[in-house]
Write a protein that binds this ligand. Structure first.
Ligand code: HEM
Length: 245
């Protein structure tokens, strides 16, 4: 991660560590094994990714409370990816025994594997393009589109989680904190949908008011009273703490 200025240590920087400890104690009951390490890495990665995506909509709904965390999305997003890398490595070595057959040809849950692989590629691309320099090279629009693909990766990650942890008659069955992480992922998606719908409704309303004002201006010849509504999200430049938004 390329940081232009020295970073002040803040409470939010301890979130990855806090999540590991919480899951180690309350999810894994202090179990030390490759399998538990793998599950905890997967859950911390997913939880951090969900929190990263949640911060954008939360900052729009309650700017006073959450706007200050927006600049930490890159930090959290890169940590999310790091945990996912650990999870993928442990899964390939200990769960699939480095066997392509087990991963692809004899895998009853191959759909979950494909979903995870595509999600992983998206998170990878997001991570390597999370710098201001990459944003400058790609151009804001393309870069923003890449970053928005994170939501597709989140959907695919949840599908992967659901498919891999669905067991016969028990259905989707995990420990309570597993459900909590799954719910956090769904919450991040729901918040984004609400934020987009609210933004669309606002833009449609502003366009309507502008149209009315232009009409009144044309009819009366008087100065219109409205300024053009500024696009939300502020500008088309590459933000300094780029990435994961
Ligand atoms: C974006 C990428 C990914 C995310 C967010 C993710 C997340 C998760 C989560 C949350 C679980 C459930 C953990 C639990 O409570 O048991 C899981 C399980 C699993 N994932 Fe992933 N995963 C990702 C990519 C991958 C990839 C690429 C592979 C394959 C190489 C993989 C292999 C597995 C396996 C084998 C399990 C089952 C582990 C077990 O039950 O012990 N995952 N993953």
């Amino acid at each position: 991660m390329a940081l232009s200025q020295p970073m002040k240590v803040r409470a939010i920087h301890f979130l990855p560590l806090a999540l590991v400890l919480i899951l180690f104690v309350f999810y894994g009951n202090f179990e030390i094994s490759w399998s538990m390490a793998n599950k905890i890495a997967a859950l911390v990665g997913l939880a951090l990714a969900a929190i990263t995506f949640l911060l954008g909509p939360l900052a729009r709904f309650w700017p006073n409370l959450f706007a200050k965390y927006i600049s930490h999305r890159k930090y959290l997003g890169l940590f999310a990816f790091a945990f996912i890398v650990v999870h993928v490595a442990l899964s390939i070595v200990f769960y699939y025994d480095l066997s392509l057959d087990k991963m692809l040809y004899e895998n009853p849950k191959v759909l979950g594997f494909y979903a995870a692989s595509v999600a992983f590629i998206i998170f990878f691309v997001m991570s390597v393009t999370s710098t201001q320099k990459a944003c400058g090279m790609l151009g804001y629009r393309t870069w923003k589109m890449v970053q928005m693909c994170g939501y597709i990766a989140l959907v695919l990650s949840l599908a992967h989680f659901y498919i891999l942890e669905t067991k016969g008659e028990k259905g989707f069955s995990v420990r309570p904190l597993g459900y909590a992480v799954f719910a956090l992922g769904l919450l991040a998606l729901a918040a984004k949908v609400i934020a987009v719908l609210r933004h669309r409704a606002k833009t449609a309303y502003e366009q309507h008011v502008q149209h009315e004002a232009a009409h009144a201006h044309a009819v009366s010849g008087k100065e219109g009273v409205l300024k053009a509504a500024e696009e939300e999200g502020g500008g088309k430049y590459c933000p300094p703490g780029s990435g994961f938004g």
